[in-house]
Design a protein around this ligand. Structure first.
Ligand SMILES: Nc1ncnc2c1ncn2[C@@H]1O[C@H](COP(=O)(O)OP(=O)(O)O)[C@@H](O)[C@H]1O
Ligand SMILES: [Mg+2]
Length: 209
């Protein structure tokens, strides 16, 4: 897939350099920094939305998208984005990439870049205006805007299921049992927050449309 992105001229991803002596895949190192879950300026959210659109467009209609519209990254949070001078310029960590629909990544990004149930987070109206900004910067088809809130809720539910599977294992491996449990609780809390504020998010997305 990284080779496809290269052929199609998408600059916002590492290049695959091939295998090293030990048979490990190697990639170009992208200068900059990876960030955590923070509050972002409007310009950063817009840049992230454009970056996602560029990625999707570079995969659209390819054999890798199979019978779906695009290849989705499926984990395009700020933790898998490289920032240069405060601007998101590339995605990394394509382990979860798979054929999908744009709304899946748009929903996940809306959640991980714009929404937070924390007490210290901006009020829901402000969060909703950033979701709208992300969707506008992405250039989502007008008829899909009313599905964005459901896409956020869907990604949150999928996150719960993703982490729940690890609880069935004798040892989660990727994180301690307590960490896995707290990720499940956090996703559920975030989902309840979006659900409770659905009218606020929907109003922001419908303005002018
Ligand atoms: N191509 C790259 N260029 C620069 N830094 C990278 C690159 N790939 C990975 N990293 C760094 O390594 C970290 C972990 O990589 P990532 O692919 O996200 O693995 P994980 O599955 O552990 O999240 C990233 O947060 C980033 O700091
Ligand atoms: Mg990562």
């Amino acid at each position: 897939m990284l080779a496809l992105l290269e052929v199609r001229g998408f600059e916002g991803a590492p290049r695959h350099l091939g295998l090293d002596d030990l048979g490990r895949d190697t990639f170009t190192f992208i200068e900059g920094s990876v960030r955590g879950f923070e509050r972002w300026a409007d310009a950063q959210v817009a840049a992230a939305g454009r970056l996602l659109r560029g990625f999707h467009d570079a995969t659209r209609g390819s054999a890798l998208a199979a019978d779906r519209s695009v290849v989705c990254h499926h984990d395009p949070g700020p933790n898998n984005t490289i920032f240069q001078d405060e601007e998101p310029i590339a995605f990394i960590d394509f382990d979860m990439a798979a054929p999908g629909e744009p709304l899946e990544d748009v929903g996940y990004m809306a959640w991980t870049w714009c929404v937070s149930s924390k007490q210290s987070a901006p009020e829901a109206e402000r969060q909703a205006s950033q979701v709208r900004l992300l969707v506008d910067a992405y250039g989502l088809d007008a008829d899909l805007r009313s599905d964005v809130v459901d896409a956020i809720l869907d990604r949150q539910a999928r996150n719960v299921e993703f982490w729940r599977r690890f609880l069935d294992l004798p040892c989660p491996g990727v994180a301690s049992r307590e960490q896995v449990e707290s990720r499940i609780e956090w996703s559920q809390l975030e989902r309840r927050y979006v659900s409770a504020n659905r009218p606020v998010f929907e109003a922001a997305l419908s303005h002018g449309h």
